[in-house]
Design a protein around this ligand. Structure first.
Ligand code: HOZ
Length: 423
């Protein structure tokens, strides 16, 4: 038995399913988790000493690779001053100013501890600002695990085969309306029926939790337009895309200005952080200025701020990194398409910048129902093969593959060679 296997045997005795987040149980690929001991640059090592080229990067934030020296240094220094105060600190001001300087749609920002918390809070603010209760989300988009958003959600919910989580009261989700991703008509129909009651639309501007599904041309613009028409708030959930597709995230990449934006772990360089921000008049609804309550001892934690400030500053000072990363990723995903052509395999590759997915279906993947056509058992076989060849990709079909600036040309070529073997 490997050390990962024996750790898993022990883990299931004390942790539900042996894991602290369902996807990492490897259940949907019929396997058991690799327990990770350490990571550096683009690599991870499991407890058995196996080395992997890592294409998860902690689900996105490791855009500079694991253990970036400047980030590590900043974290170590911050630790020597104390781990948490539950009081205002200078790094919070530096971080807030940095985000507001970088992202044009954000005048004010509030730190929280995760993407889930950021989204939950942004929805509350949108409701407080508009005085309306209903929200629209898209089938297959995942916005964390808060009650009101676990409706037709993506990510692990999709592979778990349950459309909605149990334990969520119907009364809590009755104001969550669902539309189809890339289908503006489905949104318009909801507005025609509920228009004046809709506080907000929340969307992953590039869906990345039903696998990666790019927005169709005009789709995001149609959301901006209809929100303006009805006085509703447009929320971009940039937990995956923020500071990744471009310095200004998907909103910069597609040139659309949302009213509110949510971020996750990327702004903490992988430490537990989230944030929501946007227009000043909306953000001034938040307590103690306004009446929308949201709070937290760990919010703006000094160690997490030190990590995030360092990573965001590096990214801000190096706009060329985005050109480099996106060009490399274009080339990489196009080469996967070439492998498919060469092998006469009809599968689909979707990607936007440095995130992408391979779907085992013959039809283009543009929304939840086309994503669901992917043969998950074929993905499971492929993923297990990749893992056994030292390439760590998402252990579930409906997740993204993340490239980082730490992946070398050699890493990528080795990965392409392995894909050619495993398909
Ligand atoms: N739901 C996350 C991916 N979209 C996975 C989180 C984790 O297992 O770390």
């Amino acid at each position: 038995m490997t050390r990962s296997e024996s750790l898993f045997q022990e883990a299931v005795k004390y942790i539900p399913g042996g894991v602290n987040s369902p996807v990492r149980a490897f259940g949907s690929i019929g396997s058991t988790p690799r327990f990770i001991a350490k990571a550096d640059k683009a690599y991870m090592w499991d407890e058995d000493g196996n080395q992997y080229i890592d294409f998860i990067g902690s689900w996105g934030p490791m855009i500079l690779g694991h253990n970036h020296p400047a980030t590590m240094q900043a974290v170590l220094e911050a630790c020597t001053n104390g781990l948490s105060f539950g009081a205002a600190t200078e790094p919070e001001v530096i971080m807030a100013k940095l985000i507001c300087d970088i992202v044009p749609s954000i005048d004010m920002v509030r730190m929280v501890n995760s993407g889930t918390e950021a989204v939950m809070s942004a929805i509350r603010v949108a409701r407080g600002y508009t005085g309306r209760d209903k929200i629209i989300k898209f089938t297959g988009c995942y916005h964390g695990h808060s009650d009101g958003l676990l409706v037709k959600a993506g990510s692990g919910v999709m592979t778990a085969g349950v459309p909605d989580s149990s334990g969520v009261p119907v009364s809590v989700t009755s104001d969550t309306l669902t539309a189809e991703y890339n289908n503006p008509d489905s949104v318009r129909t909801l507005f025609e029926r509920y228009g004046e009651q809709i506080a907000a639309i929340i969307v992953e501007p590039v869906a990345a939790n039903m696998g990666v599904v790019p927005p169709a041309p005009g789709f995001l613009q149609s959301l901006r337009y209809i929100c303006d028409q009805y006085g509703s708030i447009l929320i971009f959930d940039e937990v995956i895309t923020g500071f990744r597709l471009s310095l200004t995230g998907a909103q910069g990449y597609y040139d659309i200005k949302p009213d509110l934006t949510t971020f996750g772990k990327i702004i903490g360089a992988g430490m537990p952080v989230g944030a929501y921000g946007g227009r000043r008049d909306i953000m001034e609804q938040v307590s103690p200025v306004g009446n929308v309550y949201q709070a937290g001892t760990l919010s703006g934690n000094p160690v997490a701020m030190a990590a995030g400030i360092t990573q965001l500053t590096i990214l801000k000072e190096h706009p060329e990194y985005y050109t480099q990363l996106n060009n490399t990723a274009d080339e990489f995903f196009n080469k996967i398409k070439e492998i498919l052509l060469r092998k006469d395999l009809p599968w689909q590759v979707n990607h936007v910048g440095s995130i992408g997915s391979l779907f085992f279906t013959e039809t283009p993947v543009t929304d939840y129902s086309s994503a669901k056509k992917s043969d998950v058992s074929a993905y499971a076989h492929y993923c297990n093969q990749m893992l056994s060849h030292g390439i760590y990709i998402a252990p579930a079909q409906f997740e993204a593959m993340f490239l980082s600036l730490a992946h070398t040309q050699e890493d990528l070529q080795q990965t392409l060679d392995t894909i050619a073997i495993c398909l």
